[in-house]
Design a protein around this ligand. Structure first.
Ligand SMILES: [Zn+2]
Length: 413
């Protein structure tokens, strides 16, 4: 088979692939609550229609992970294709102009919750898995398909569980989270999620001389937090120049300022919960704070700074809810080059190798020492009303995945 035959095959399947994405969107899987059984069944049916099957691994009830694998004809690298079945919740259906679970086609796009993040991507890797299986006599090594069910809630029972209990480590991970077809991502920021807990005696609201206010102390903590964004960052010698060349495109894809934020610690006070009622002096206030850690920064440095801020008040303690250091793969890895070569052929233009602002399950593979690369469609209205995916762009990303994986595994050139 030639590359052209593979690309033609994908073009011929266009309507089938779109219908599969629509069907997957019509199988709601918002997380929380994270019931992905219907969505998993859609992919199981698809694999079966292509003469394939998958193991269902369900360490948590109603959140099945799908695992399928086949060997090539000769020895070679083990490539793992990963995507997630769950989506952001949808509590704003009244703001949508399309049914969030209708899979509508309009203006050359497919609409629905998860259309962009990342049912389009998960269909892409399922399809690529099937295409590679058809060509298995030309391939060396092994291909594994791993669709997980809890990426949106941290990945403990999906990616992390599979890496600990099943043969999904592989030699390289290719993941299809959205991020824009003009970039291939080889790394991502880390995160430190903290809860600042403020506790005072509290009292009657007229007796402000009697107790400190937990809400006021929390406000002072919140005012001090931006200092964390000023922590020094040291980007490695090979990453600095590479990231510097992609600023304009990165800002175009992710809004002006994105390339600057990529290199900094950021602090988001996502939730503040303090007091009981207006005429009571608050005895308790919790602030949940999401700190993102740039490549060249560390969770330890951010945590130390946060603890120093908390230590300014004896009423404040800090609880670590989760922590993940930034992760990156050597941008010189051959899968980065394989995706860049494939994209140049499909898009007719060179693409940038970048790192990303948000976290994906790829971090688990990188943390396990496995090179991991992500490539996908533009993230359009992710976690917002009218989430959608442009069909032409999406078919293009399927082609890029297919070509990159095929060339990574094939035994002759
Ligand atoms: Zn995602």
């Amino acid at each position: 088979m030639t590359e052209q035959t593979l690309l033609k095959r994908i073009d011929e399947d266009r309507d089938t692939l779109v219908a599969l994405l629509q069907t997957l969107i019509r199988a709601p899987s918002p997380n929380p609550p994270g019931d992905t059984r219907q969505a998993a069944q859609v992919l199981l049916d698809y694999l079966e229609s292509r003469g394939l099957s998958a193991d269902v691994i369900e360490p948590q009830p109603n959140a099945p992970n799908l695992l399928a694998s086949f060997a090539g004809k000769t020895d070679g690298p083990h490539l793992v294709l990963n995507g997630h079945l769950d989506t952001y919740p949808c509590d704003d259906a009244d703001r949508w102009t399309h049914d969030p679970f209708g899979g509508d086609l309009a203006d050359g796009a497919v609409y629905g919750r998860g259309a962009s993040d990342m049912k389009a991507g998960t269909v892409a890797i399922a399809a690529v898995f099937a295409y590679l299986h058809e060509q298995r006599d030309e391939l060396g090594g092994r291909v594994t398909f791993a669709a997980v069910s809890d990426e949106e809630t941290g990945g403990t029972w999906g990616a992390q569980y599979l890496l600990e209990h099943h043969d999904v480590r592989g030699d390289c991970l290719l993941n299809s989270e959205p991020g824009g077809p003009t970039t291939v991502r080889f790394g991502e920021k880390g995160s430190l999620k903290l809860r600042f807990k403020v506790r005072t005696m509290g009292c009657h609201g007229a007796y402000t001389h009697k107790s400190k206010s937990a809400n006021k102390i929390a406000a002072s903590v919140v005012r001090a937090l931006p200092a964390i964004a000023e922590l020094p960052v040291k980007t490695g010698d090979n990453l600095g120049p590479m990231l510097a060349g992609s600023e304009t495109e990165f800002d175009r894809l992710h809004a002006a300022g994105a390339s600057e934020v990529l290199r900094q610690y950021t602090v988001n006070v996502g939730l503040v919960r303090g007091g009981v009622k207006m005429n009571m002096l608050p005895a308790s206030c919790d602030c949940d704070v999401d700190i993102r850690i740039p490549i060249g920064g560390s969770v330890d440095a951010a945590l130390k700074a946060a603890e120093e801020i908390a230590a300014q008040h004896e009423e404040v303690s800090v609880e670590v809810l989760s922590r993940d250091d930034p992760t990156w793969t050597d941008p010189g890895h051959r899968m980065v080059a394989a995706v860049q070569d494939a994209a140049a052929k499909v898009l007719g233009q060179p693409i940038h190798a970048v790192t990303s602002l948000g976290a994906t399950d790829a971090r688990f593979w990188r943390a396990a020492g496995v090179p991991a690369v992500t490539y996908g469609t533009t993230a359009t209205n992710v976690a917002m009303a009218d989430e959608h995916t442009d069909i032409d762009e999406w078919i293009g990303t399927i082609k890029v995945h297919a070509l990159a994986a095929y060339n990574y595994l094939r035994t002759t050139s």
